[in-house]
Structure formats: C-alpha cells, structure tokens
Design a protein around this ligand. Structure first.
Ligand SMILES: [Zn+2]
Ligand SMILES: [Zn+2]
Length: 369
C-alpha cells in the first residue's frame, strides 16, 4: 500500500543554484488543505512550474528529463528503478485538495495558485541551515504576510539549525527578522534529537536525529545535519528523509549514524520502511578529502550494509526504495547522477544487499512510496 506522496521541488546539491533540496510531503491520496516540507531549497518558482503543467500533463512518466551533460535531456528511465511509482508534476489528490479548499482556485492564474499552494505548506522541517537547504523558503517568506493569507508557518529543526536561522538569517541584516512580527505568522521552533514529536497537521510522528556533516573550514568544529523519520501512527509505515551527511568518523565519540541505524532496525519492521531519501553527493572517484562532509557511493553502501546487518533478513533489503538526492552537478562528461546510480547499483549487488530499488530524486516529479 502506498503511504506517502513526496513531491520533489529540488534535489540538486549545487553548485548550480537552481532547485536545491526541498521536498513536499503528504499522506497518499488524502485531500488535506495543508502540507509539510523537508528543507526549503526550492520554492515558489518550482511550484509555479508544477502548476503550469496542468493536471492532464501529469499522467505517466514516459518523458525526457533535464540533464545538461551528454544530452540536454535524457529518458527518465535512465534515472529510476522501473518499479518506482512516479509521476510528473503534482499528484491528483494534491491538485484536488487545492480546488476543494481554495475558493476560485481553478480560475486563478498560475502565480496566484502558487501563492495558495505555498501558503498551505505550514510546517518546514529543516535538516541544517546551509543555503542550499533554505534559500527558497527565506526568499519566499515575505509572502506569508500577504493580506489574504490566514495561515502561519512554523520552521522546525534541531537547535543547531534553529539557533543559526535566528542568529544568522532572520536577524534584520541578512534577512528581515520576520519571526519578530506581532502576528507571529512565522515561527522558529526547536526539536530534540531522538525525541518523538507529533506532526501538527498529519497523524504522523516526526523523529529527528542529529548526524555529522563535516567540519567548519575555519574553525574545524563539527557541522551537524539531521535525518528525519516520518511515521504514520495508524499504519506504522515510515519514510526516512535525510539531510547532508557524512559517515561517522573513526576516533569520534559520537557514533551518530550507528545509533540511527540501530534505532531504525529496532523500531521499524523492514516491511514498514517505505523508502529512504538520502544524499550521495559525489561519485566513487572522489577522494575522502574531496567529500566535505558528504557521502560517495562506497560510504552510502557501507551505511546500507550496516542497516542490512542489523535487520539480518534472509532477503537482505529487498524491496526497499532508496532515492538518491543532492548529487553535485560538477563539470563532467557524463551526468554525475547516472554515474553515481550505476556505481551504487554495482556496489549493492557486490555487497549482497538484496533487490534494492535505487533511483535518483528528480525535480518536478511526485513519488508514491
Ligand atoms: Zn550542507
Ligand atoms: Zn546541501
């Protein structure tokens, strides 16, 4: 049974500034008037593009997707596992809910529709405060104060994210401190790592976990990011949505990923784990010193192997959807996403991880997991 719908507003890991990481999440097939997002790299522009496609163009996925390497467009089949359920644009139930909850929605122009859709994203779960995970949300934020908007927005994150957003972004220097408005339409709220929090709009639990993401260039101090587990309280189905991450470093006291996978294996039966959206920013040829707090295929496969060992199932991780995000669009002959996908599939087979379904997160598409 499909449990989650994930619309990819952005999955790019830079250095291109377009459509960096941002996912919209909702329960499958429901027509809720509100939505949540993980990260805010994409935003209003991507929403306008999705809405401009119209409902009838959203059927199926037999199409070409932007690549800009060997060819400017490549067949979508190159990027996804054939068993992944995916469609172009917004899901039917999301479009339906916009019509149902928005007066005159159908007759509105695309920009006004995008405003409505953006306003309906009431909760953002941010993985870490790097620009490529917040830029859309920050630049879009003044629209919360449009007169006809009655909705509020809460930005959630672990303290390392929320403190940095308050001190270094919404500080009246880098960006107006919209959180200080008396109307309280924009709020920043801290979560605690490993603590189960009830999602305010869906019957889901949200569980954040702190993970490592390299060290500061100047200070050498550890940089942190977040993995989120979203769990439907009724069906117990879960998805894991990850921010940027690096492997646990040897000699480091905090084995954050080790603890995370242990929690997953002990608390989520494999059949209820509907998918993992995880970064793999760099190809296999990258040297460790070129990763800058990210994963390459060998490290991602090491992490999946750890999970596989903990689950200890005779079928390995068969059937698990792994959706790869945040690939860096570096100068290369071949699309780095295709290189990384091929390397991951090869390594997964070599390490006997079972029949994993590995795909690339494609901007402008909705996944059903
Ligand atoms: Zn980052
Ligand atoms: Zn990033």
């Amino acid at each position: 049974m499909v449990a989650f719908e994930i619309t990819i507003l952005g999955a790019n890991g830079g250095p291109s500034e377009y459509a960096t990481q941002c996912f919209i999440l909702k329960p499958a097939r429901t027509e809720d008037s509100e939505l949540i997002a993980v990260d805010g790299g994409g935003g209003m522009h991507q929403l306008r593009e999705l809405l401009a496609q119209g409902q009838n163009d959203n059927e199926g996925y037999d199409e070409l997707v932007l690549s800009f390497y060997e060819h400017d467009r490549e067949p979508i089949e190159f990027f996804i596992d054939p068993r992944l359920t995916i469609q172009k644009g917004l899901s039917k139930s999301l479009l339906q809910s916009l019509k149902r909850h928005g007066a005159h929605f159908e007759s509105a122009n695309t920009t006004n529709k995008a405003f409505k859709l953006f306003q309906g994203i009431t909760d953002y779960y941010i993985t870490h405060p790097h620009f490529d995970h917040i830029n859309g949300l920050v630049i879009n934020s003044p629209s919360i104060y449009e007169q006809e908007n009655t909705k509020k927005k809460t930005i959630w994150g672990l303290p390392h994210t929320i403190d940095a957003l308050q001190k270094h972004v919404f500080n009246d220097l880098i960006w107006p401190d919209l959180t200080a408005e008396r109307s309280e339409k924009l709020k920043l709220r801290s979560l605690n790592s490993k603590e189960i929090q009830k999602c305010t709009i869906f019957p889901w639990d949200v569980i954040p976990f702190k993970v490592h993401h390299g060290v500061g260039v100047k200070t050498g101090a550890p940089v942190y990011s977040t993995f989120y587990i979203f769990r439907d309280r009724k069906s117990k189905d879960c998805i894991i949505v990850c921010g940027d991450v690096e492997q646990d470093r040897g000699g480091c006291e905090e084995n954050l990923l080790e603890e995370f996978w242990l929690y997953v294996a002990e608390n989520i039966p494999l059949v209820h784990l509907k998918g993992i959206l995880v970064e793999c920013s760099c190809p296999l040829s990258s040297k460790p010193e070129q990763l800058y707090g990210h994963l390459s295929p060998i490290y991602l496969i090491n992490e999946l192997s750890n999970l596989n060992t903990l689950y200890n199932s005779s079928r390995g991780l068969s059937g698990l959807n792994v959706i790869v995000t945040h690939v860096k669009a570096t100068a290369a002959k071949r699309d780095p996403r295709l290189t990384i996908l091929e390397e991951l599939r090869f390594l997964a087979q070599e390490r006997n991880l079972g029949d994993l379904r590995i795909s690339i997160a494609l901007e402008g598409h909705t996944l059903f997991l």
